[in-house]
Design a protein around this ligand. Structure first.
Ligand code: 6PG
Length: 467
């Protein structure tokens, strides 16, 4: 067998799946994992693909088993492990070899690594789609030098998911950490989509008294409409699943504390640095944090009593579907606007329609609506999505329902933080004369910070200014 040009380090769930995907698409590769038994088990389970995979017992052996110039994909935990691995590879690789970090790295780390003067070429790529995606077609958001993308494009596009029109969901986002940045925004939106779905579940469960399987049927129905998406589909499956231990709905047995590895939080933190408003994503991160405070919440309920929720026809299932539709449009509008701000700040030519196209298949937030977003962003990439005629029509139709749902939640003690945050942002964005004139007056009063006048008269301070 000819020496493979591709290699992969880290045969955990995602790494093993990606390695099989690469081999299946016809690219022989060498693999290495820190624990040798993991490599052996992986190879034994590779079936017919085993012939295309060279297993190695040390990093040196792996590098030696590969043809130059090498391209090695790292699928190891984000953070220090990546730095350690890069350090270990440094004495073994040449200047034309390429190392690709395909984990969920913080894009600041990827920027740092790209600028660190590593003795080999380096890329950071965001890979989405969980194990199933990695095995059969993820969405890939690549960051790095254009020439390195050109070199890797044949393999990355071959292993990626394909949109309905056949386009591979793998593209070059920009230099250095651009790919990992877009992946972080993807994850922020993932958090927000999940949270808004959970909020509609809460309205059905607590406000409408619906059992889990009835909720599951609603999600199934929604998945045939405008909300068609992977997350709605799996939410239906989750709600319909039976508890294998005790029978009854499994959902009712799952503890209501959400975990997180932190990528959604990175997006919220970065949005603050960029002064980019993404309140739906921020609310979703907040809601996960509140969910984790289970004991405190129980004390809160003991102190104040459970919320007196019984919506009694105040909102319908159609309202909920429309509210979620509006919330989703608002959330994506915020996410794309944040990426526009980041592009300007970091000097990256982030291509908004291309990002929407990459997200159409393979990734966790894949949805039918992303096709329409790609179209709307192609018309005018810098325009906020809420001003695109197609989405403006949907918002005019759906916002009244969002208003009913959020109002009913507020009046009945049902927490709807993400949907509510979307609505508040929308109302600010449709108000030409806001209320920050008061803030400016206050700032001038206590700090002489100055303000601008509507009539253009040059009098930057109020009468409260002394002297
Ligand atoms: C993906 C996902 C994935 C993420 C998990 C867990 O695109 O495949 O975003 O990368 O790591 O969904 O994320 P949390 O643990 O933060 O929920």
């Amino acid at each position: 067998m000819m020496k493979p040009q591709f290699g992969l380090i880290g045969l955990g769930t995602m790494g093993a799946a990606l390695a099989l995907n690469i081999a299946e698409k016809g690219f022989p590769l060498a693999v290495w994992n820190r624990t040798a038994s993991v490599t052996a088990d992986f190879h034994a389970g590779a079936g017919a693909l085993a012939d295309r995979i060279t297993t190695t017992k040390t990093l040196e052996e792996m590098v030696g088993a590969m043809a130059e110039p090498r391209a090695i994909i790292l699928m190891v935990p984000a953070g220090q492990v990546v730095d350690d691995q890069l350090q270990a590879l440094a004495p073994l690789l040449g200047a034309d070899d390429l190392v690709i970090d395909a984990g969920n790295a913080n894009f600041h780390d990827t920027n740092r690594r790209a600028q660190a003067g590593l003795p080999f070429r380096f890329m950071g790529i965001g890979v989405s789609g969980g194990e199933e995606g990695a095995r059969h077609g993820p969405a890939i958001m690549a960051g790095g030098a254009g020439e390195d993308w050109q070199r890797m494009a044949p393999v990355l596009q071959a292993i990626a998911a394909r949109a309905e029109d056949g386009t591979p969901c793998a593209d070059h986002m920009g230099p250095e950490g651009a790919g990992h940045f877009v992946k972080a925004v993807h994850n922020g939106i993932e958090y927000a989509d999940m949270q808004m779905i959970a909020e509609t579940y809460g309205v059905m469960r607590d406000g409408m008294g619906m059992a889990a399987d009835a909720v599951g049927q609603v999600f199934r129905k929604w998945n045939d409409g405008i909300l068609r998406s992977y997350l709605i589909e799996i939410s239906g499956e989750v709600a319909l699943a039976a508890d294998p231990v005790k029978g009854g709905p499994l959902l009712d047995m799952i503890v209501d504390s959400a975990g997180q590895k932190g990528t959604g939080r990175w997006t919220a933190v970065e949005a603050q640095h960029l002064s980019a408003p993404i309140p739906v994503i921020e609310a979703a991160v907040m809601a996960r944090n509140v969910s984790a405070r289970r004991e405190e919440r129980a004390k809160g309920e003991a102190a104040y009593g459970a919320a007196p929720v019984a919506l009694d026809g105040q909102v319908t299932l159609e309202d909920l579907e429309q509210a979620l539709t509006a919330g989703k449009i608002l959330c994506y509008a915020q996410g794309f606007a944040m990426m526009t701000a980041a592009g300007a700040e970091f000097g990256w030519a982030l291509d908004m329609p291309a990002i929407a196209r990459v997200w159409r298949a393979g990734c966790i937030i894949r949805s039918a609506m992303l096709n329409d977003m790609a179209k709307a962003l192609s018309e005018d990439p810098a325009r906020n999505l809420i001003l695109a005629p197609y989405f403006a029509d949907h918002l005019r139709r759906c916002v009244p329902a969002l208003r009913r749902v959020v109002a009913a939640g507020a009046m009945n003690g049902l927490a709807l933080p993400a949907l509510g945050a979307g609505l508040a942002w929308f109302d600010m964005m449709r108000t030409a004369r806001g209320t920050a004139n008061m803030i400016q007056g206050q700032r001038d009063y206590f700090g002489l910070h100055g303000f601008k006048r509507l009539d253009g008269v040059d009098r930057p301070h109020g009468p409260w200014a002394k002297g």
